[in-house]
Design a protein around this ligand. Structure first.
Ligand code: OGA
Ligand code: MN
Length: 291
């Protein structure tokens, strides 16, 4: 065993060491990381500053890469690779983005509980964030353990939820934040996707409660009933006992499984530079609703 693991929370999340992520990974280490992801769902590597090319090469060990919402918005990027997703508040010219810069809407929407890209047809698996510049205050990222959330759900609620699907829509949370100027073409490009509100996590065989801020309706319920149910399930799943909070240091590299966790960023002073870069892998054996 090359990978060294130290739990960061009683239920999930571990600090991982013993590997240099800038060097090529051998197959055995990739398998160990996959196994640790199945068990812990969030892995934190410290002291691993990565160049753009290194970050993309590293992510490819874990599957084909996704380019995120830029596929629909066509927004320009400050990176050399389409596979690097910009999570910071840095403008194209390298300055801290002005408050009115439209790219900040995505940054702000990330402060709502979600799993990445559940609104797209092809589901994603891991997301991996590399911290280049972090803020002194705020800007933490939190993850919630959705397997523990399912286990702790009252039986009656389990019965109410199981068998239902949620409709995940790319623009729902953004529209909720007042960003509603999408063209029909953009809206069509990301038609909503139905996913079960409860699924089985392939790597651990455990059941997962799967609410998200991306869900705009729930099968078998009216729109307001569905939205209230999602709010109730989010409140349940994100209770402090299910949540790990990560305080970033530059050089941190955090991987998480989007099929078994939710995450959100915390508020920070938008005039302070925050430069975080994400890669996300596509899932090969998709968990899809048979609605
Ligand atoms: C993400 C995300 C939250 C944050 O990278 O997908 O939601 O803290 N990040 O920036
Ligand atoms: Mn995210």
């Amino acid at each position: 065993m090359t990978l060294k693991l130290k739990p960061l929370h009683p239920l999930f999340a571990a600090e991982a060491g013993g590997v240099d992520l800038r060097k090529p990974l051998d197959e055995q280490v990739v398998r160990e990381i996959d196994a640790a992801m199945d068990r812990h769902a969030v892995l934190v590597f410290r002291g691993q500053p990565l160049e753009q090319a290194e970050q993309v090469a590293l992510a490819r060990y874990f599957g084909p890469l996704d380019a995120g919402l830029r596929k629909a918005t066509g927004a320009p990027t400050r990176f050399n690779y389409d596979e690097l997703i910009d999570i910071g508040n840095v403008a194209l010219d390298g300055s801290v983005a002005e408050r009115e810069n439209t790219k900040l809407i995505g940054v702000l929407a990330n402060q709502l509980w979600h799993a990445d890209s559940t609104f797209q047809d092809v589901p994603v698996k891991y997301s991996m964030l590399s911290a280049v510049v972090v803020t002194e205050e705020g800007g933490e990222t939190q993850w919630a353990d959705l397997r523990a959330a399912w286990d702790a759900l009252p039986e009656k609620t389990k019965r109410h939820v199981e068998g239902r699907t949620g409709r995940h829509s790319a623009f729902h949370s953004r529209i909720g934040l007042g960003d509603d100027k999408y063209t029909d073409e953009q809206l069509k490009r990301f038609a909503p996707v139905e996913r079960p509100l409860v699924h089985v996590h392939p790597g651990s065989g455990r059941k997962v409660l799967y609410p998200s801020v991306h869900i705009d309706r729930v099968s078998g319920l009216t729109v307001p009933e569905g939205r209230l149910l999602v709010a109730e399930l989010l409140e349940h799943a994100t209770q402090p006992e299910f949540v790990y909070t990560h305080t970033w240091r530059a050089g941190d590299y955090v991987m998480w499984d989007n099929r078994s966790t939710l995450h959100r960023g915390r508020r920070y002073d938008l005039t302070a530079r925050r430069d975080l870069r994400r890669t996300t892998t596509l899932e090969r054996d998709a968990v899809r609703a048979v609605a």
